[in-house]
Design a protein. Structure first.
Length: 252
């Protein structure tokens, strides 16, 4: 997947309504610094968007060397303009990055840049499960909607990985565990809301007892995905009255 440089223009009559940037550039390359600086200094471009994809054969060291060089070069040209690197869990050359690598990419971006643009590939099989799971966590942190509460829900798809089929109702075992240091109050599993449109779910058992610290309780989620569903990934919230656990899947 070759990413070509692209100028994102403003629209409308007021040039200040929509920021403009040049995407896909290898900003660690300083060959065109004079032109780049002129474009930004003249108010034609408002932000930097360096290429920060993970190439085939890439290592953390090689990726970070180019990423740091891109950020440093951009800062040297126009220090007060934001930097939004372009990243993707898709490896350029085929396959997906691991969950650990995806976490590393986003951690570096959060530490050095002002935001990030994520190009999400289609998740076609179970090899995407690691980055999909990690992405659920990372996006929860970014949006302030991380898993929360004293009870955690662990869902185990019958596939043995994170995949669930379309056109069927899948029985997904779910274990609720009290991770706090005290007994929690009895509660109930919440109605299955907020799922991607067309996907529904019901609980085998709704009433959660008052679990002691470290204790577990089991139920089953009957997850129904229509055959017309086209999403390759789906995020679910497994909620009790005391907690909310994010669970990401690949829909096949």
């Amino acid at each position: 997947m070759k990413q070509e440089p692209k100028v994102v223009p403003r629209s409308g009559t007021d040039r200040n309504l929509q920021p403009s940037g040049w995407t896909g550039r290898q900003d660690y390359n300083s060959t065109n610094n004079t032109l780049t600086k002129a474009l930004h200094a003249d108010g034609l471009l408002d932000f930097f968007a360096p290429r920060a994809y993970w190439d085939s054969g890439e290592t953390e060291s090689s990726w970070k060397t180019q990423f740091d060089a891109s950020v440093a070069n951009d800062r040297s040209l126009v220090p007060d303009q934001p930097i939004y690197p372009y990243v993707s869990p898709n490896i350029i050359g085929g396959g997906y990055v691991s969950g650990t690598t995806w976490s590393y990419i986003l951690t570096q971006a959060k530490a050095s840049a002002d935001g990030v643009v994520v190009w999400e590939p289609g998740a076609a099989d179970s090899t995407a499960c690691n980055w999909v799971s990690q992405n659920s966590y990372e996006m929860g942190v970014i949006t302030g909607t991380s898993s929360s509460g004293p009870l955690t829900a662990t869902a185990s798809a019958p596939s043995g990985n994170c995949t669930v089929p379309r056109g069927a109702t899948t029985s997904v075992p779910v274990t609720i565990k009290n991770t706090s240091s005290s007994t929690t109050a009895a509660t109930t599993m919440q109605s299955f809301t907020g799922a991607p449109q067309g996907i529904s779910g019901t609980w085998q058992y709704w009433n959660v007892p008052a679990p002691a610290p470290g204790a577990t309780w089991n139920t089953t989620l009957y997850l129904t995905i229509p055959s017309t569903e086209t999403l390759s990934t789906a995020l679910f919230h497994l909620r009790t009255g005391l907690s909310d656990t994010r669970w990401a899947t690949v829909v096949l």
